[in-house]
Design a protein around this ligand. Structure first.
Ligand code: GLU
Length: 402
């Protein structure tokens, strides 16, 4: 059997291909000359499977999609406190190239240019700067993609030579004491970061690395720690789609980032990484076809983050009672044990009749538990033991040991 996922993805792509709306970005000369025709999309799954359709191998410069990944590198290299001293996490409500500073001089968030230039200078060791930060950034972006990425030198020159506005932003943050590098070096490095060449497959893998908690699904490399991904995905959810972030979150509901060359990434925690590319942009600066595709994928594949999951009602698979005073109460649980699931499981244990019969907790249908789920189940068992009941557990996958 051929999995229908590729066909489904292609169907969605084709249904969005009829639109020629939107404009190319004009303020970077090289981007204004781009071919508007290529249109590709890719999905990457947790095990590294990548589905690509359309112009999935067409390369383009990553632009602002680099911002969340470089934010992740800065967090991993410097820690949350140091990064928060320099860049905030509030949506700016301004255009991406605005002077968006908080009263204390911090750029409002790392997804707008003023914050991204500041973040670039935070990647790498504390005494790094200039070329060293940039080398760290290119090597880090490559680790997210699972292959060595290259810089498009022509686009880089084009950006660097027209970077007056970004230079002004960099000088401003420097004057506020928040930029750790010389403005010229930071902007050169940031322009290089934006000129890294990727295709939609790379984007999908990069997005999935964030969605998978920092481990690259292709190479298995741990690129950044898990807590970093939570921070980055949160900021993507609130600030990732230029001025349309609120609209995007309510309609598509996937943490995302777009860039002026026409790419979009979506990272749905634990499920899927999405990459799309089509260069024509809407008034907010997001790819017209890319937005439509993500809207459809989210609606048809049920990917909205805020979609209420049905969990707690199906936690107890069954309860076997002891027969005529013999045997034990066997409480069979199912599904992943997180807080809400473990709460339902504990309630089932608390409801058992107080007949002194032993209790067996049967976990063969529980694939995994998070920390809190594990702690809650263990505590339930401990309390039943303290009440004088014999408690045992059937845990063939060692879920409670993890
Ligand atoms: N290199 C571009 C700039 O700084 C990136 C902008 C974007 O993709 O939003 O203007």
């Amino acid at each position: 059997m051929h999995t229908p996922v590729t066909d489904f993805l292609e169907q969605v792509r084709l249904s969005c291909a009829d639109s020629d709306e939107g404009e190319l970005a004009h303020y970077i000369p090289q981007l204004a000359e781009a071919d508007p025709a290529p249109f590709g999309a890719a999905l990457c799954m947790l095990d590294g499977t990548v589905y690509g359709v359309g112009d999935a191998e067409h390369r383009f410069t990553i632009q602002s999609i680099s911002k969340p990944f470089v934010y992740a590198l800065a967090l991993a290299d410097r820690g949350l406190d140091e990064v928060l001293e320099h860049v905030g996490v509030e949506p700016s409500g301004d255009a991406f190239s605005e002077i968006s500073l908080e009263p204390n001089g911090r750029p409002r968030n790392p997804m707008i240019n003023i914050g991204a230039i500041t973040t670039h200078a935070l990647a790498g060791a504390r005494d790094a700067g200039g070329d060293e930060s940039t080398a760290r950034v290119i090597e880090g972006l490559s680790a997210f993609a699972g292959r060595a990425l290259e810089v498009d030198e022509v686009v880089y020159e084009s950006e660097r030579s027209t970077a007056d506005r970004n230079m002004a932003l960099a000088y401003l943050v420097r004057a506020q004491g928040k930029l750790q590098d010389e403005p010229r070096l930071a902007v050169d490095g940031y322009s290089r970061q934006c000129s890294v060449l990727v295709d939609v497959r790379d984007l999908a893998v990069m997005a999935m690395t964030l969605a998978a908690g920092g481990r690259n699904p292709l190479t298995g490399e741990r690129v950044v720690p898990r807590w970093v991904c939570r921070q980055v995905l949160s900021v993507m959810a609130t600030c990732g789609m230029y001025d349309a972030a609120g609209d995007w979150m309510s309609t598509v509901g996937i943490p995302a980032k777009s860039g002026v060359s026409g790419g979009i990434i979506g990272a749905l925690p634990g499920q899927v990484g999405i990459g799309t590319f089509s260069p024509r942009l809407d008034r907010s600066g997001n790819s017209v076809r890319g937005v439509r595709m993500c809207e459809q994928l989210s609606a048809e594949m049920g990917l909205h983050l805020m979609e209420t999951p049905e969990v707690a009602s199906h936690v107890v698979h069954g309860v076997i009672q002891p027969e005529a005073g013999h045997g034990s109460h066997e409480v069979q649980l199912q599904g992943v044990m997180h807080f809400a699931a473990a709460e339902a499981a504990l309630r089932a244990l608390a409801r058992l009749p107080d007949d002194g019969a032993p209790v067996v907790l049967e976990l063969s249908r529980v694939p995994s538990a998070n920390d809190i789920g594990r702690r809650m189940l263990r505590e339930g068992m401990r309390r039943m033991g303290a009440d004088g009941r014999a408690v045992s557990v059937v845990d063939p996958d060692g879920v409670l040991e993890g």
